[in-house]
Design a protein around this ligand. Sequence first.
Ligand SMILES: *Cc1c(COP(=O)(O)O)cnc(C)c1O
Length: 467
Amino acid sequence: MRAHEAGWAHAEGARGPAWLQVPEDPNALVTHLWSTSAAKNDDGALVVGGVDMRDLVAEHGSPAYVLDEDDFRGRARGFRDAFAAYDVYYAGKSFLCTTVARWIVEEGLRLDVCSNGELSVALRAGVDPVLIGYHGNNKTAPELARAIEVGVGRIVADSFHEIERLVDLSADAERPVGVMIRVTAGVEAHTHEFIATAHEDQKFGFSITSGDAFEAVRRVLAAPGLELLGLHSHIGSQIFDSSGFEVAARRVLALHARVRSELGVEMPEMDLGGGFGIAYTTQDDPSTPAKLAAEMSAIVARECKDLGVAEPRLSIEPGRAIAGPSVCTVYEVGTVKEVALDGGARRTYISVDGGMSDNVRTALYDADYSCTLASRHSEAAPALARVVGKHCESGDIVVKDEFLPSDIVPGDLLAVPGTGAYCRSLASNYNHALRPPVIAVRDGAARVIVRRETEDDLLATDVGAVQ
Ligand SMILES: *Cc1c(COP(=O)(O)O)cnc(C)c1O
């Protein structure tokens, strides 16, 4: 009998998607999906940062986002070191709180924000505004005024209306306002594929092909209060190969060279964006910062040589690749249900005490996750399970398909890796759920860095609430 047939038998007929392997031991961690310190102890319990998840939940409750501090810092440092000649901006929208903003600066990175709220967090954390980049396709005049007043290092302009606002606001600014121009290079990259087109049907940036990007450059250069730093391009997210970056870099550098030849201006910088992929499941095979740096630098060096221009100072903006793998979410199982599938196969539905309010990516992007039994060892055979939340939506799925031991019961803890990016930051109060805490673990100690919401938090904005 071949391995997958053995698995088929164990899983009572339910195979799951083609990429999902039946594990020999469903207790074992697929280590590359987890933060570096994650391991199972002798009881089979998950330990992260030296903290047993059973103890963490006993003290702090569930669900909880567990942030492996050394792992997060290590990934930030990994980008810092690999891209030593670049400025590395952490994309705060992936996950931001004051503690993490401080770690980012301590590790030598800069910080991207894309809203007034994210800017507030950065300032509250004490981040030097010069280290902050400010993005967004609809920054209002008051938002831009605040960014200029506090002295944000660079504002990434995204539309002609915004350039008008910046021209007005910078007219009596104390010092020139650093501006980059977000351009669309006609490349869209998501996971394993990228599409290069001349047509750019999306809301971000100035089109290179239409001439808008060149016109934006002209208008910024004409404004005495603005200092044009360079062009900015971000092509997508969860990208695994550099060919999309290559096509984009070529197009952006061609514009950079055109500005030099036609306007006589050598822009000092260029930003190549973020979007570096991480492993959510065994389907994903991410690159390393060192390999990315070597590839991107080679692409830029070659193009600049061909175009006869000096290499601008480069920057990148990783978010997910730093925050994502450093966090797992720990849930408690509440109910277990067997459901018959077409053809007689069965699937186990395991409901946990969170769901789309703490991780909407499965519902929003059809994202894949994996998970493990985090509170004990099990001798039971693996069975295909679907981990679902407690919200009133059938799309409220946390993990679409995973082989878990077939004896999962209420009270067991499950942990989902790779939830550091775009989970807490996209979390909601749907069904009036209380958003979970973020708990940093390191050297056997757990420290709450964002506390769990309370019923009072929930009702704080409800002006009709009677005490
Ligand atoms: C979201 C975003 C990033 C970060 O993307 P990741 O996939 O988290 O690396 C970087 N730059 C810009 C402009 C973004 O919008």
